[in-house]
Ligand binder design. Sequence first.
Ligand SMILES: Cc1ncc(COP(=O)(O)O)c(C=O)c1O
Length: 446
Amino acid sequence: MMRNSSKKSSKVQKLKKLPASKPDARLADAEQYLLPTYKRQPVVMTHGKGAYVFDSTGKKYLDFLGGIAVNALGHAHPRIIKVIRREAARAIHLSNLYHNAFQGPLARKLTEWSGMDRVFFANSGTEAIDGAMKLARLLGRHPEAPAGAPAKKHRFLALENSFHGRTFGAISVTATEKYRLPFAPVVPGVEFVRFNDVADLESKFDDSVCAMLSETVQGEGGIYPVSEAFWNRARALATQHGALLIADEIQCGLGRTGRYFAYQKFPTKPDIALIAKPLAAGLPLGSILTTEAVASRVSPGMHGTTFGGGPLACAVALEFLSIIEEEKLLENVRASGAELREGLKKLATKFDFIREIRAEGLMIGIELSVEGGPFVSEAMQRGLLINCTHDFTLRLLPPFIITKAQVREFLKLFEIVLAKTPKQAAAPDSAKSAVPQGAAHAAERG
Ligand SMILES: Cc1ncc(COP(=O)(O)O)c(C=O)c1O
């Protein structure tokens, strides 16, 4: 089936190619009919191949954003295409009222990777977060307590500078006010702990806490890893107070840091780990992984989903996990990540507006003392996709299949971008707020 793939992709490119000068009616439609939830770049992306993406004018971009950590295998991976073709012709959706051929085997594989016991499949990261919050509230109730009686153990602790998604539960534990406050009142009982601040954590933890939630490496917040001291204390306090420790691995999990799960660098495990983004190689699939102790409180009807864990998405996810193992991609994540970091550290000695490089595997933040947005636009013009988070941190999330040559190509292009971008001085207050307190020890000076 793959015989003509290269011929086909050049045909796709030809069909979609529009002269750069001609206005694209699809942009006007988007402008007029979409809810304005994104400040999108004025390009129509049409397709990709490996670590490259192409727009409707035929322009090629080196993709160091990977669909914000989704496209871990890049684009159009032949094994993923093959499984999608095969399974789409068999069954795209089968109800969760029945078993399908892939959900059980995928759950087994994920428990092997994570060290957890049980799995629930959702459709996105935010849904996995909301499901985990429901589990925490469920576990916080005495099993004999009358239904509807508010449980004493109901509070959530989350971290300052966190991002967990866009549904009501997820925004309630997301620290950034612009995502949360316009929709108040949110889920009650949430308190934010200063990042990596053990004393603040200790002062807020008591028997009324049902769960402590944390990204193991904060992504949207600017690539800040939770410290081992903080993790260990959170684990101990959760156990002591009968609360759940929930690791949001939606952006940092499934290989991104060079381990299956970012928490595997610590000596202990969470009670719940959440994954999504790269799990089904671009198809929507999220997952809650948990222990037998948590699972033992769940009964049919308490939670569910129409689409989650469908046969097509699960078949693709199983293939994704096999590819990671068989193509030894974690080794590549570690090696390419180290090479990228070294290259970036060299660039930081040339450009004094680079304040810090923070990196774990292929999850990299480059903190600037000037506004990051103009660098993203300059990079795009020069055929490079990167992103800026919290105004001052350039974020790189390249695919796990990135080659040494592509790392060199990136560094060359990025140096030009750093040199040519007009620098906009940062407002002194906003520059400071980009750095969570207690994070400095985890960062590396460039
Ligand atoms: C750490 C983290 N948690 C949760 C989410 C929400 O995931 P989704 O957009 O799939 O709902 C994201 C998305 O960026 C994320 O980075």
